[in-house]
Each structure stands twice: as structure tokens, then as C-alpha cells.
Design a protein around this ligand. Sequence first.
Ligand code: TYD
Length: 132
Amino acid sequence: MDIKFIQFQSHGDERGSLVSLEDNKNIPFTIRRVYYLFNTQEKTRRGFHAHKKLKQLAVVLKGSCRFMLDDGKEKIELLLDNPEQGLYIESFVWREMYNFSEDCVLMVLADSFYDEKDYVRDYNQFIEMVNE
Ligand code: TYD
């Protein structure tokens, strides 16, 4: 599976760092939704779904967490701990997130509004769909 990390330009100086995210410039889609996860319990594992159409970009703004991405053929585990990097997650990729640090703030940019019908929450159904 091709894992795409997008490296953002950081405008850092002695005052600190600044990253700017722009539609269809450093973000490869039009941003329709932003959500973020915080106060996630360290032992929590969440996600457990894929999307039929949705494309997303995950950025850990603070702390760290791990991602497991699965395209139905291969599973890859990744550590996200750099606010200057975004993990691009295409449709039909099963994802699970875990090992959240106490201070983890995980921001996700999405190319569509929230739509439960776009979710595949059953792993066996996901495997059937990718093999179709
Ligand atoms: P859920 O999909 O279970 O989160 P995760 O896949 O990260 O474990 O979402 C948790 C709740 O939040 C669920 O009731 C749906 C709701 N939700 C929204 O209302 N809007 C959103 O953009 C998202 C991502 C979730």
C-alpha cells in the first residue's frame, strides 16, 4: 500500500512554529469538514471503519498516536507525532487508531460533510467490497 505523508512548510522562527493549510494547495482536496479528537484514553482503540468515498488528511497537532491502515491486502502501522506532516487516507482504507498519548490532539481534514452512509463499519463487508 502506498502511504502518502504530506510534508507541510513550517514558518518557524525564534517565536515558535506556524503551519498553514490551504484547499487544493498543500491539501489535495477542498476541505469541507474539520474535526479533532482529544482527551482520548490511552488504552482506547478507535476508528474501525473505512469510507466509500471520503478522503481525509490526519494531522497530530500535539502528542502522538498510532494508525493501522489496511487496504484489504496489506496492513501498515504508523506513528504520527509530527504537526508538520499530514497522513493522507484515501477511500476504501480500513483505519484503527490507538496508543494515544495523554496530550494527543488529532485533527482530521475531510473532503465531505459527515455522512454515516459513507461508512463501512463491518470488516468482512469491507474485505468483500475491496475484492469486488
Ligand atoms: P466515530 O465515527 O465513532 O469515531 P471514530 O471512528 O474516530 O472512532 O464518531 C464518534 C461520534 O461522533 C459518532 O456518534 C459520530 C459523530 N461524528 C459526527 O457527528 N461528525 C463527524 O464528523 C464525526 C467524524 C463523527
